[in-house]
Every structure is written in C-alpha cells, then in structure tokens.
Design a protein around this ligand. Structure first.
Ligand code: GLA
Length: 388
C-alpha cells in the first residue's frame, strides 16, 4: 500500500492540502477452524490478515458526509439530518450503517471527507464488509471522541451488518478484525465473548488462502436458511433440556438427538455444530502443543462435516480441498467463512507450497473451468490508526 499515493488521490478528490487526513486500517480475516458455530454460541478460531481496508478521513465544517473509494466509481454525498436509510445495492451501506450506530448512541457527527481503499478481494469470504465497517467505526470513535471500547465497536459493526445491510451474520468477523493480534489467532467463545490470543507458529509450514473465484450467488439466503435450521433444532431439543443454543449440547449427547429431531436434515445441521465445537477445542489444544499434524487433520474433518452435514461447500470448494489433499506437503485444508464459494485455507509445508499452487491451479481449472487465486497472508493486527 503506497500511502503517499493514496493521500495524493485524497487531495485530488477533495482538494485543500492544508489539512492532512488521518489514516486508519482494518484487516480482513481468515477463520482457521470453527465454522457456522458463532451464531450458535460456539467456538471459533479466526485471525486477522495483513490485508484489509484503508481509510483516509478528514473533518469539515459542514454537515455533509462525502464517501469515495479507489476500488470502483461510486462516490456519494449525504447530508446529516437524522438517521440514514439503506441506499440499495451500494457499498456505502457498510459505513452508513456504522454511522447510524453512532447516531443511535447519541454521538454527534459532523461533516467528513472519506476515501477508502481495500485490498481484500470482495465477496471472497475474507470479511471485506466487516473490514469496511470496523475501519469506519475506529475512525469515528476517534474523530468524535465517542470513548467506545473495541467490543462496543465490534457489536456496532455487527449490528450495522445485521440491521442496515441486512446480512444476519454472527460476531466472528467483526470480532476478529477488531481484536486481531500479529502472529496470533483468536480463540473466541461466541456465547460469553471471552477470548484468548493463541500464537500461530507454523515453523516449516505456511498458510495459503485459495480463492475459488466463484461468483457470489445464493450465499446470503442459504446462510439465513442454515441459521433457521439451527434455531429449529434448538426448539426441538427443549424437551431434552432447556438449551438456549446448540453449543450447549455435548458430543456425548449426539446419540440422543434422533429421539428429539426427526427431520434428518435438521439433525445433520445440529451434528455439525456440536462436532465442530469439539474440533475447535481440540485444535487449540494441539496447536499449543505444536502438534500441527493433528491440527491439520481437524481442519480436514471440519471441511468434511461442512460438506456432508452442513452442506455449505459446493463443487468449487470441494475441488480445491480434495484435489489439494492429494498433493505433497498439505497438512490440512478446508473452506473458510460462510461457504458456497469464497476461499479455502490450507496449511502447507513451505518447500511444497509452489508446487501446491501450480498443480492445484491446473487441476482446479480442468475440473471447474475457473482460475483460482492464491494469497500467502501474514497474520496482522486489528483495526486502528496508522501513522504515515
Ligand atoms: C460468515 C459470517 C460469520 C460466520 C461465518 C461462518 O463469515 O459473517 O458470522 O457465521 O460466515 O462461520
């Protein structure tokens, strides 16, 4: 990221070189294990990436919010006069939803000039939206001296996504991009929001993210469908125990479930969530003991469960994962994020990584006709101000 060039673009857009804008950054995230557990009060294990969304921002003395992005041409100017409403299919819904959350809390907002730049691929399941939300939230918190905690900002960003954008996500993405720490993953209990930073020491291995480059299709509607299937399971399990979410059910109780859940599909959804929680707990434990091989096995099992029981993978993700597993040096590989498209995350021995990317790209293209993209990210810090 060339910040001086970015600042030049800001001045090109908004003029007045006398007042220097302030720079903020929020990462994207990749989830190592613990998928579709967050909205079930379960465990997740994501980490922040070293790519994300940059925001240059400056206050004005009027009541206009001006938005622009380097990524595409869709500038906007909105007057501050009460709460904002959804702007249709436009990217400014992400920042506007967050600004609304500040207004709801009685924070007084005045005019701003904002220029965004994101290097998280859009719609790839690496949380480009949480990244835009959190970069806006940390910037406004500082600019208007709102004094909100990181956890407040995380919850406000999630609320913006749920209520303003209309995507009913859990808390994992906003939490990961808010609380990320360099070289650590976040072991988060999504019920209590207690978390622990766990160092990721991959030694002779490395993280590789592979983008299916499948166009985003039904992800949101399928996501909401899975959420309601889980709610259905919780409802059906009430006679067993008055549980408030699926994560209160233990693995040892799985044999009891068919007594209560007759619908075979709902049963498999519940089974995924319960077993996935178990896998996260074990994954964190083995990682602390430097047992990367077992960590990789658990990643593989996670994918299999997301494919067979939760049914959120699809041809593209499965091709990357099952073709990937055939290649030398692959410790573990699975889909990451909501699924249906988006990315896989793999741990691969460094010496085999070039071969992995080359052969996997060929095989994936032969089978799906699509060209994948590879990223070798570093694990970075959460959202905050950058000096430049
Ligand atoms: C998306 C959502 C998250 C989480 C994952 C699946 O990324 O935004 O809240 O539910 O899917 O684990």
């Amino acid at each position: 990221m060339d910040t001086l060039k970015f600042a030049e673009s800001f001045f090109g857009k908004y003029g007045n070189r006398d007042i220097r804008p302030v720079l903020f950054f929020s990462p994207g995230r990749v989830n190592l294990i613990g998928e579709h557990t967050d909205y079930n009060g379960g465990f997740v294990f994501p980490c922040a990436l070293n790519f994300g969304t940059y925001l240059l921002i400056r206050q004005t003395n009027n009541d206009i919010l001006r938005f622009s992005t380097i990524n595409f041409t869709d500038d906007a100017e909105v007057k501050i006069e009460g709460m904002f409403t959804n702007q249709g299919k436009r990217w400014i819904n992400y920042p506007l939803g967050v600004i609304n959350e500040f207004l709801k809390r009685g924070v007084k907002i005045s005019g701003l000039e904002m220029l965004y730049y994101g290097d998280v691929p859009n719609g790839a399941g690496l949380s480009s939206s949480a990244s835009i939300e959190m970069v806006t939230a940390v910037a406004l918190n500082e600019f208007f001296a709102a004094g909100l905690s990181t956890l407040d900002l995380v919850k406000m960003s999630q609320s913006a996504e749920n209520k303003f954008v209309g995507m009913n996500c859990g808390i994992m993405d906003q939490f990961a991009v808010g609380f990320g720490r360099t070289d650590n993953a976040i072991f988060l209990n999504c019920d209590t929001l207690q978390y622990e930073n766990v160092p990721i020491r991959l030694g002779e291995s490395t993280l590789i993210i592979t983008n299916t480059n499948k166009r985003r299709g039904l992800t949101d509607s399928k996501y909401n469908e899975r959420r309601s299937e889980c709610e259905k399971a919780v409802e059906l399990l009430q006679p067993l125990r008055p549980v408030k979410n699926l994560s209160e059910i233990q693995i040892s109780e799985i044999p009891l479930l068919p007594q209560y859940i007759k619908d075979e599909v709902v049963l498999r959804r519940a089974k995924h969530v319960i077993t996935e929680n178990g896998r996260v707990l074990e994954a964190v434990k083995v990682l602390k003991n430097n047992n990367l091989v077992r960590f990789g096995e658990l990643m593989n099992q996670s994918h299999d469960s997301l494919k067979d029981d939760y049914e959120v993978t699809g041809k593209e993700l499965d091709t990357l994962v099952y073709e990937g597993r055939k290649l030398p040096g692959v410790i573990g590989t699975r889909m990451t994020g909501a699924g249906f498209g988006g990315c896989t995350v793999s741990i691969v021995r460094k010496n085999d990584s070039a071969n992995f990317m080359k052969i996997l790209a060929e095989n994936y293209k032969n089978i799906t006709g699509l060209v994948p993209e590879f990223y070798q990210p570093e694990i970075g810090n959460g959202a905050g101000r950058l000096e430049y």
